[in-house]
Design a binder for this molecule. Structure first.
Ligand code: BES
Ligand code: ZN
Ligand code: ZN
Length: 518
């Protein structure tokens, strides 16, 4: 993990490879029309350019638009050889808390990514000081580290011309010894490591990460982190009656697993609340007998994004040690086609005892999640948070960036707010009665999807199905991350290419919220 530090040395004097400064779009009242404005933090660097820095950047085409990066050779005017000016958009209105944290997070990531090849970089962005400094500093630090992520990949030869991610980052602050500031960058390092771990697992080829190996790897890192770990193999799953996990998983030569990981706060600190986390771990989703089209099927190696996020969240908790007890239940299976695969029309007796009529083998996520959710409910947690790449319908409804949240209305709203703070947008969605009604089965307790295979609003069908397995009275939220968990396009801001690590930051934010407010 890239080392991250605080610096209160004048950036103009720092021996680094590049200084990142912020740039706002200019407006006609405060600047020459079109000229961008340097953001606070850049004062000493600007002074070294005799007040010509903004003008020079403008001549190079800089406008201050969000995420834009303009690089300039300093030719000795400051110690660093390069300045990278990153766009922060318009100047925040007076009286606001300054630049929005998420803008800083994005800008920091874009700047650091654009500096690949540099060893040491310092970020002199709008000075996070005084009231409200926490969120700004957290965002800058997280953004910078997320911008250094790169998947190792499988290439057998080094790539000529490929520059390495930035090796060390410092963030300029008024006082590098400030305790809150130090706590923030420590937290950012743990969070970014959790996101990177999630991304790595998602980006790993599905032939390299099948349920037994995924479970073993998760168990290994969780054990090393000092967490309590239990892995149920196919025999244990059979003995336990996990019908949903087995139905999906037994079509593969690589049999299913369920990993349970527990984090307990120090007894003396008196953990007030308890949370259960559940994440979908389909290591590859062919669709089964409802086979998916070949085009894009390879992206279904990311169908374990929920599991990866939950496991990485647990590992982060072992370091962050919030005052909340958290237990994760991570079902893992590979949805394949074979002589032992489940079929449309099968009726499956689930862990909860409910019987499900399978209508579409591609709706496998809810089968394994239902068992994990029912199992989690037995431990009587105060909240249940489940996350999964559950439906293509989520992408149709909310797009590639915004997760859909269903369940208890208050908890959904807390997920939305946590996601907002974390830079992982999520939006509450309903579970209408008629959608549930449409899933009534002629032969079993419930159909897995709409009985007439009507795909209208099918993200909501996922929520309606999972709700059947949530313990009575338990506040729960289902976070459908089909879109935001994976970026098929190029990296932008803190959105890496491939696995994104959503919703690790949301889960960690929300657990902090629960630790503070119950
Ligand atoms: N893993 C998919 C959902 C998915 C689609 C995730 C695209 C990421 C990108 C899931 O198992 C699935 O296939 N869902 C079906 C549900 C349908 C059969 C009710 C879908 O979305 O079409
Ligand atoms: Zn599927
Ligand atoms: Zn799936």
């Amino acid at each position: 993990m890239t080392p991250l530090s605080l610096s209160d040395t004048d950036p103009a004097d720092l021996v680094v490879d590049a200084i990142v400064v912020g740039l706002h779009t200019g407006d006609s009242e405060t600047a020459k029309v079109g000229d961008p404005l340097l953001a606070p933090g850049a004062e000493s660097v600007a002074a070294a350019f005799d007040g010509q820095l903004a003008r020079t950047l403008a001549l190079l085409g800089a406008t201050g638009a969000l995420g834009e990066v303009t690089k300039l050779a300093t030719l000795g005017s400051v110690s660093a050889p390069v300045i990278a000016a990153v766009g922060l958009g318009p100047v925040p209105p007076d009286g606001d808390d300054g630049v929005a944290p998420d803008t800083l997070r994005r800008a920091a990531a874009s700047a650091v990514r654009s500096l690949e090849g540099a060893a040491k970089v310092t970020l002199a962005l709008p000075a996070p000081d005084g009231h409200g400094s926490g969120p700004a500093l957290r965002a800058i630090a997280e953004g910078a580290l997320l911008g250094t992520y790169r998947f190792a990949g499988y290439k057998t030869k080094p790539q000529p011309g490929r520059r390495n991610p930035v090796r060390a980052v410092s963030v300029q602050v008024p006082n590098a010894r400030d305790k809150t500031a130090r706590a923030e960058i420590k937290r950012a390092a743990v969070v970014a490591a959790a996101v990177a771990r999630t991304r790595d697992w998602i980006n790993t080829a599905a032939n390299d990460l099948r349920p037994p190996t995924f479970a073993a790897e998760v168990a290994k890192v969780a054990t090393e982190a000092g967490l309590e770990v239990e892995v149920l193999d196919e025999r244990a799953l059979k003995k336990g009656g996990y019908g949903g996990i087995l139905a999906v998983g037994m079509g593969s030569d690589a049999p299913p697993r369920m990993v349970r990981i527990a984090y307990r706060p120090q007894a003396s600190k008196g953990g007030r609340a308890s949370v259960a986390l559940v994440g979908k771990g389909i290591t590859f989703d062919t669709g089964g007998y409802a086979v998916k089209p070949a085009q894009g099927m390879w992206e279904m190696k990311s169908d374990m994004s929920g599991a990866a996020a939950v496991a990485s969240t647990m590992i982060a908790l072992a370091v962050l040690r919030p005052k909340v007890a958290v237990t994760a239940f991570i079902p893992m299976a590979e949805n394949m086609i074979s002589g032992t695969a489940y079929r449309p029309g099968d009726v499956v007796t689930m862990y909860s005892g409910k019987r499900v009529e399978v209508l579409n083998t591609d709706a496998e996520g809810r089968m394994i999640l239902a068992d994990a959710i029912a199992r989690a409910g037995e431990e009587d947690p105060d909240y249940l948070l489940e996350t999964s790449t559950l439906t293509g319908g989520q992408i149709i409804a909310l797009g590639k960036r915004i997760a859909g949240v269903m369940g208890d209305a208050d908890l959904c709203e807390r997920v939305r707010r946590a996601g907002d703070r974390a830079g992982e947008p999520a939006w509450p969605m309903p579970i209408p009665d008629d959608v549930r009604k449409g899933m009534d089965s002629d032969v079993a307790d419930i159909s897995q999807v709409n009985a007439g295979m009507d795909r209208a609003g099918h993200m909501l069908q996922g929520g309606a199905f999972l709700r059947e397995f949530v313990a009575e009275g338990l506040p729960w939220a289902h976070i459908d991350i089909a879109g935001p968990s994976y970026n098929s396009g190029d990296a932008t801001g803190y959105w890496s290419k491939g696995g994104t690590g959503v919703p690790v930051r949301t889960l960690l934010e929300l657990i902090d919220d629960i630790a503070a407010n119950g």
